[in-house]
Design a protein around this ligand. Structure first.
Ligand SMILES: C[S@@+](CC[C@H](N)C(=O)[O-])C[C@H]1O[C@@H](n2cnc3c(N)ncnc32)[C@H](O)[C@@H]1O
Length: 241
């Protein structure tokens, strides 16, 4: 089974649906994921930043505007890579590479900050990637990532309209198939403990874990905010070398 996460984004229908979903009003990425991510990153001035699975690269524009020295985006999908290239064409010190994360050769001791937003649940051998990230960081460098929360990845369903989010088979790790945006998408389910353990194993000091609690000030619609209080959508780790 091919589980390379970027392949879905090169299916034109999926890509169109995904970009529409990301642009929708009060979407969870903009109301929950991004604000928490920005808070975890803090001051990025003078940082060399690596973004794994950079998607449309728009965070790169923010980071350059906030004073980072360079932004490197790795992206496996040609559609996404082209979008990121066009979004960032007017910015200096931007380096985009079309490659899967698994195939890319990480430089050693180069980055002050490595980020990855909602990508690592597509990766099979997560510890191998954590190890490459660790060695690509400068001493004291940070690695911050978000993923779909394991209570979500545990409940993914192959087909049918979802009627509940009952957590089941939580301790059964591995691939979950999900009918998402018209495609059969494979994601890797791991527990929170697993992520913790893999980070520790390669030498990271874990500094913060967040479970994506929504903040009212990021919502205009009260109903949407209340709905987002029901289940955690995302999980974040911030670690240092
Ligand atoms: C949910 S999108 C998130 C994009 C971006 N990080 C953001 O938050 O806007 C996931 C992205 O990861 C990319 N991706 C998934 N698996 C990948 C892999 N193994 N190597 C490189 N890119 C990958 C996809 O092509 C897609 O652009």
């Amino acid at each position: 089974m091919n589980t390379n996460g970027s392949q879905y984004y090169d299916n034109q229908e999926f890509f169109n649906k995904y970009t529409l979903k990301r642009a929708s009003n009060e979407n969870p990425n903009d109301t929950i994921e991004k604000p928490i991510f920005m808070e975890l990153m803090g001051n990025v001035s003078q940082f060399n930043v690596l973004d794994l699975g950079c998607g449309d690269g728009r965070i790169g524009a923010d980071l350059i505007n906030f004073g980072c020295s360079s932004y490197h985006g790795i992206e496996g999908s040609t559609n996404m890579y082209n979008l990121a290239s066009s979004n960032l064409e007017s910015f200096k010190n931007v380096h985009l590479v079309r490659s899967t994360i698994e195939d890319w050769t990480f430089p050693k001791g180069h980055f002050d900050l490595v980020i990855s937003r909602l990508v690592l649940h597509y990766i099979n051998d997560i510890e191998a990637i954590f190890e490459k990230i660790y060695h690509s960081l400068t001493d004291g460098g940070k690695f911050i990532f978000s993923i779909e929360h394991p209570v979500i990845t545990s409940t993914l369903q192959k087909s049918g309209k979802r009627t509940n989010w009952i957590v089941d088979n939580y301790f059964i790790r591995g691939i979950r198939e999900q009918l998402w945006l018209g495609a059969n998408v494979c994601k890797h389910h791991r527990t929170i403990e697993d992520y913790f353990h893999h980070l520790k194993s390669v030498g990271f000091n874990i500094e913060s874990i967040k479970e994506s609690e929504p903040k009212k000030e990021n919502f205009q619609n009260e109903e949407t905010f209340k709905r987002r209080l029901r289940i955690p959508l995302f999980l974040f780790f911030s670690s240092a070398k």
